[in-house]
Design a protein around this ligand. Structure first.
Ligand code: G6P
Length: 614
């Protein structure tokens, strides 16, 4: 969703801001804008991509050693030039960019209109710029204090960066429920909604906490206060992200790069946490709360999107390996129910790649308010969910830039497997010899992913054949049912073909009516226990002339040859780890079909990488 980058220092801000906005493109947006301060304020905004903004800027004044940039994902008002950020105050002296939603903007606006303010956009953000100026004038305070006081009247989520034409020595930022990170360079400072625009300039960062306001001053440096005006000591952290991780490194798209990275990303998820020979499973981040996991009578997993699909696989794993009952909840539903949580015996696990998903955050807060212990499984280090949960494990998959989640998913599955195996080891839910088999197999999974990636060629052929299909059906059973859902989601997200995932046996209760000679049906037929059953389901589709594509393990291939138009062979593995392998050809299939349909693979229409609004 919206992205922020801001700079104050000795260099020209414009190239830094443009590069930063390009780095933020992955989040999903529909307009972009920049404000530069060089004695005067210059504001440039454009609907569409950052490149279109850059074209507009060719003839313009690009000078200024401070500035703010923004990519907007429309919420209040159309995605057009006027609604794009930055927005200015009544007199034009205050300019700001904003991520999040000001929920009470309408009532604030009403008051301001009464006081004579005129608004030019439909956004909630513009209200904030006007409000800050109003407070500044009424209270006769400087920018930072005006921001602090103004935020007392605001309900909602925000990450903001504000400049005042009359105070060119400082940038002011603030956050609540929407991330903002400060980069500390040599006599220069950066502010951004995530670390990607900062990483090439400095490795030293400070993540703001909720209701904190930062002042970055050319003369006096960094100062942080909270909304209650208490001074906060900045906690400086070193960024671990490497620059090459946020670049395409020769691949045509981030998504393809990230699919191919999975051998390494899953290895990184397991690194230092699993030693099959010694029988060691070590998830350091949950050590302090391990008893909560081991003694849990029930696990509730909350998540959204692809992470929710990972949670469903987790359900199978925890029940199968750890013998703990699990409920998987859409965070957005969970947060508005009155869920029954037994703090002593329930454990809540939140899964999120970005660690910033608004609904997941709210679900965590609800669970905490009911006394629950919450574990997080996040990819982005230092993210809000990682910080608000009691314990957890980072997936360490590295930055995921493609909007459609790929490597984060397989890494989430790897962490869930480690958690379930931890319980098995301590609670003795399976014979030691079986546990050892699973550990050995999990350690070997990165190697098997390498094998799976070799299916790319056949997948490309299939993509060519089916690129014009109007609908797709994905069917799987057991561990592969969530994979069917995830495969369908991948295709929808980036190729805009309608696709449904279903438990294979449920097909006869509805989707079978859709099957004709034009309907491609992707079957996941890898799992030993349900293999014969799924073979019957394939027969049922075949009998209705459906076009069958099967993902199967090598051993099973013989039986399928007469039934399937295409077979994608993947290596065999232990059933609980099957989804880590079987999801990969589906990622590739979505990628190649989207490519052939000329879709924007990395930034699909309307979608955002990090959904910071509910
Ligand atoms: C968005 C993204 C999805 C992601 C979902 C949940 O919809 O486009 O790829 O699965 O949010 O995000 P999270 O960061 O919480 O995993």
């Amino acid at each position: 969703m919206c992205g922020i980058v801001a700079y104050i220092g000795k260099k020209q801000a414009y190239p830094i801001l443009v590069k930063g906005l390009q780095r933020l493109e992955y989040r999903g947006y529909d307009s972009a804008g920049i404000a530069l301060l060089n004695g005067d304020l210059h504001i440039y905004k454009k609907q569409g991509k950052v490149d279109q903004l850059v074209n507009l800027m060719h003839e313009k004044d690009q000078t200024g050693k401070m500035g703010i940039g923004h990519t907007r994902w429309a919420t209040h008002g159309l995605p057009n030039d006027i609604n794009a950020h930055p927005h200015t105050s009544q007199s034009g002296r205050i300019v700001l960019v904003h991520n999040g939603i000001i929920e009470n903007y309408a009532s604030i606006k009403q008051e301001l209109v009464k006081a004579g303010h005129q608004f030019s956009s439909e956004t909630d953000t513009e209200v904030l710029a006007h409000l800050i100026e109003e407070v500044m004038d009424a209270e006769n305070v400087d920018l930072a204090e005006a921001v602090r006081l103004a935020l007392h009247s605001v309900v909602g989520a925000y990450a903001i960066v504000v400049m005042d034409r009359e105070q060119p020595q400082q940038l002011v930022g603030a956050r609540k429920s929407s991330p903002l990170v400060v980069g500390l360079g040599e006599n220069e400072y950066f502010l951004a909604s995530d670390a990607t625009p900062i990483v090439e300039h400095t490795k030293n960062v400070v993540y703001l906490n909720d209701e904190e306001i930062v002042v970055l001053d050319r003369n006096s440096g960094i100062e942080i206060r909270n909304i209650r005006n208490e001074v906060i000591t900045p906690y400086i952290q070193a960024l671990e992200i490497k620059l090459e991780k946020i670049e395409k490194s020769g691949y045509d798209h981030f998504m393809l790069k990230e699919i191919y990275e999975q051998t390494e990303s899953v290895r990184d998820s397991l690194r230092g946490r699993l030693n099959a020979n010694e029988g060691i499973i070590a998830l350091g981040g949950i050590k302090e709360y391990e008893q909560k996991l081991l003694n849990a009578n029930r696990i509730i997993i909350v998540a959204c999107g692809t992470s929710w699909h990972a949670a469903l696989v987790g359900e199978y794993m925890f029940e199968d390996i750890a013998r703990i009952p699990v409920e998987v909840e859409y965070a957005s539903e969970f947060r508005y129910r009155n869920p029954v949580i037994r703090p002593e015996t329930d454990l809540v696990i939140a899964i999120s790649q970005s660690g910033e998903t608004a609904d997941t955050l709210a679900a965590i807060e609800l669970a905490k308010s009911k006394g629950a212990t919450v574990f997080g499984i996040c990819n982005v280090v230092g993210s809000s969910i990682a910080r608000t949960t009691h314990a957890g494990a980072y997936t360490h998959a590295g930055p995921e830039i493609g909007v459609a989640s790929t490597k984060a998913f397989t890494s989430q599955l790897s962490i869930l497997a480690l958690m379930a195996l931890t319980v098995a080891q301590h609670n003795g839910t399976m014979p030691k010899s079986r546990l050892r088999q699973l550990l050995v197999e999990l350690e070997n999974i990165p190697q098997l992913i390498k094998e799976v990636l070799k299916t790319d060629k056949i997948v490309q052929k299939i993509a060519q054949e089916f690129k014009d299909a109007r609908n797709f059906l994905y069917l799987g059973r057991g561990y592969n049912f969530p994979v069917a859902l995830e495969g369908a989601l991948k295709l929808k997200e980036i190729s805009y073909i309608h696709a449904e995932g279903y438990p294979a046996a449920e097909m006869k209760h509805g989707p079978i009516a859709l099957i004709d000679e034009e309907m491609p049906v992707v079957f996941l037929a890898t799992n030993e226990s349900a293999y014969d059953k799924i073979l019957s389901n394939i027969q049922e589709v075949k009998a209705r002339k459906g076009r069958v594509i099967v993902i199967s393990t090598r051993r099973n291939v013989g039986d399928l040859e007469d039934l399937a138009e295409y077979i994608i062979q993947i290596p065999e593995t232990e059933e609980p780890f099957t989804p880590i392998l079987s999801s990969i050809p589906l990622q590739l299939l979505a990628y190649h079909i989207a490519l052939l349909r000329n879709c924007n693979v990395d930034q699909p229409r309307n979608l955002a990488k990090s959904v910071t609004v509910e």
